[in-house]
Write a protein that binds this ligand. Sequence first.
Ligand code: UDP
Ligand code: MG
Length: 326
Amino acid sequence: MLHPAQPILYIVVPCYNEEEVLPTTSGMFLEKILSLASQGRISDKSRVLFVDDGSQDMTWNIICSLARQDPHFAGISQSRNRGHQNAVLAGLMEAMDRCDITISIDCDGQDDINAMDRMLDAYADGCEIVYGVRAARDTDTFFKRFTAESYYKLLNLMGAEVVYNHADYRLMSNRALHAFAEFGESNLYLRGLVPLVGFKSTSVAYDRRERVAGKSHYPLRRMLGLAFDGITSLSVRPIRIITVTGLLISLVSFIGIIWALISAFTGSTVPGWASTACIICFMGGIQSMFLGVIGEYIGKIYMETKGRPRYIIAEKTDNLAEKPEA
Ligand code: UDP
Ligand code: MG
């Protein structure tokens, strides 16, 4: 499928209490748009779309005054703080029908905006989704590297497949966005959901820097919360683990019952012990197994309630391209 040579690009930038950062980084985003447009790589109708995520500081005022100064700036403001993932979603959905591609990026200058050039190269090669992936974590401490690696291993182990070292710096084509809009769930973990969309995709590596100013809104507590959300919204493997554990306990209980009976018949126990042990083993085994089975059904219901699309078509042969006449 051919992509337009000069696509309209919307850079989607979530902002929460970023008054210290915005005056610096907004200029960087604008410069990028202007330079890409002057090279003829994107349309001049491209924009920087800020999403104010219910900030309590001057963020929204700054965005409004930027939009007055230069038509390449635009902004939307959420009615209240809903968190980073939700702010990115709001921006992507706002941009979806106005552009050919979006690139989501944090507003704090941590993600190298020059990676956008390579993302556009990949788009020109036919990719619909391009993941920005953090290059080597050489500058990180051992602790930081270790926790980050364990984090991805844990997610994968729990059945939530995510792109390694990818946060939310990514290019999505209009087609990928429309397919993604079909995912109606409110429990959002974008970096796990976007790969489910499919289509041709690739990654580009970039260096992640320090924030230009201000401080992170993601302390360890929120990071762990995000990981937990990721696992529970993408996978029912934790329930499967309960079921398997239940089966194992049942098996051990069964062996326990046989052992209790043999002990009773060989007379090596006090009266009453064998019957008590049998009942405990039986109840323990059966309860944990049944709990797992109930869990399996709840997991199915959970996945059904998300109402995700059951298939997304990438291409059709020409003779199916037009709608049949009624
Ligand atoms: N952000 C947001 N809503 C929030 C928290 C953060 O829109 O409730 C934005 C924030 O302005 C920034 C991006 O999400 O552009 C990433 O946040 P931050 O830099 O604090 O996280 P970190 O990079 O430390 O993980
Ligand atoms: Mg940051």
